[in-house]
Design a protein around this ligand. Structure first.
Ligand code: AOF
Ligand code: ZN
Length: 343
């Protein structure tokens, strides 16, 4: 595989465009496109702005107009081959007279894939694989959704050294350090659903919005979802501010996730209490665990997770540690990231 220096630089730019802040996470992939002339100079750029809007290639072709003739298109995803919400990009590239297409990764969507073959059949030179891992990372929750028909679930919790998330009297504020709480806000801002149980809303009355270190609201707010059959006081804070919230009246994790998937959501941040966490773990519906461990002992109080039905050590649930990070401060907290499952 031979990619010119100009194509490599263009793919880096296309990846940046794909990740433009403010592009909704939603049900579509993030895609960027750069059109180069025969000298490797940029003719035009484009990117996808969310479901229902033009694809990255179409956006770049519109911006290029007649200048696209003879161009090389550098795209982060294989150009689509289907009539979906918009027309097939493979055909649009051929019609515009594009001579070469370089893309990062093949389209994992069976409804839309096949663009590379269409382009080749039309005599376009096609090369794949440039920065494929980077594009894959950008769209990993989207690809997960395609493969599983539900959003990816990150379960986050904060705990003391002895596995407590609240003291015996129910107080739980400030188990984790300011640095750990700031880190949590950063992770919340990267997901598109914040999920808690009705009990958390009834007891703690949290806002669940993403705020920066000065407590200012950020541009992207995940949908705040409360799950459970119990009726809740409509005066709770989560239902009374500008950001969107939703009460899903079910206790079935699978059902809740499919509902959220149908709403176009692809990454759930599970911040519920021990009961909700146990329900998701028992159902095998946790894909990533983020645990903040604080140098604190309580000796009594609420466990971070409720009964998992495990009675003997041989049956222990043993997720694989993928990252350990120390969050510095007066009382340094440790953030452990873990992956359940075999792979
Ligand atoms: C995008 N943006 O820039 C590219 C996509 O529903 P549609 O018609 O928008 O088609 C969505 C599919 O098109 C998507 O799942 C992916 O397979 C393919 N390529 N999609 O949203 C883009 N290039
Ligand atoms: Zn397309």
């Amino acid at each position: 595989m031979a990619f010119s220096a100009a194509e490599q630089a263009a793919m880096r730019r296309a990846l940046e465009l794909a990740a433009t802040p403010g592009v909704p996470l939603g049900p579509n992939p993030r895609v960027g496109c750069v059109l180069l002339d025969e000298h490797g100079a940029t003719i035009a750029t484009g990117y996808h702005r969310g479901a229902g809007t033009p694809h990255a290639e179409a956006d770049a072709l519109t911006n290029a107009g007649d200048r696209a003739r003879g161009a090389t298109a550098v795209v982060t995803l294989e150009p689509c081959n289907h009539h979906g919400r918009t027309g097939p990009c493979a055909e649009a590239l051929v019609e515009a007279g594009v001579r070469r297409v370089v893309f990062a990764e093949p389209d994992p969507n069976p409804e839309a894939s096949g663009g590379a073959a269409t382009l080749r059949a039309a005599g376009v030179d096609v090369e794949a694989g440039l920065f494929a891992a980077e594009s894959g990372l950008l769209n990993r929750f989207w690809a997960f959704g395609l493969a599983h028909g539900r959003p990816f679930v990150t379960w986050k919790f904060a705990t003391t050294l002895d596995g407590r998330s609240a003291a015996a009297d129910g107080t739980s504020r400030w188990v984790s350090s300011p640095a750990a709480r700031h880190d949590t806000h950063r992770l919340r801002a990267l997901c598109d659903v914040m999920l808690v149980g009705t009990n958390t809303i009834a007891v703690d009355d949290p806002l669940l919005t993403v705020r920066d270190e000065h407590d200012l609201p950020l541009a992207h707010q995940p949908l705040r979802v409360v799950m459970g059959e119990r009726d809740l006081d409509p005066g709770r804070r989560v239902f009374n501010d500008d950001a969107a919230s939703l009460h899903l009246r079910t206790r079935d994790p699978k059902f809740a996730l499919v509902e959220l998937f149908d709403l176009g959501r692809r990454h759930v941040f599970l911040e519920g209490g021990p009961t909700l966490a146990a329900a998701f773990l028992r159902a095998g519906l946790v894909d990533e665990i983020v645990a903040y461990v604080a140098p604190m002992l309580l000796g009594a109080g609420r466990s971070a997770v409720a009964d998992l039905g495990i009675t003997t050590i041989a049956d222990a649930f043993r997720p694989r540690v993928t990252d350990i990070t120390v969050l510095e401060g007066d009382a340094p907290n440790v953030r452990l990231t873990l992956a359940p499952g075999e792979d």
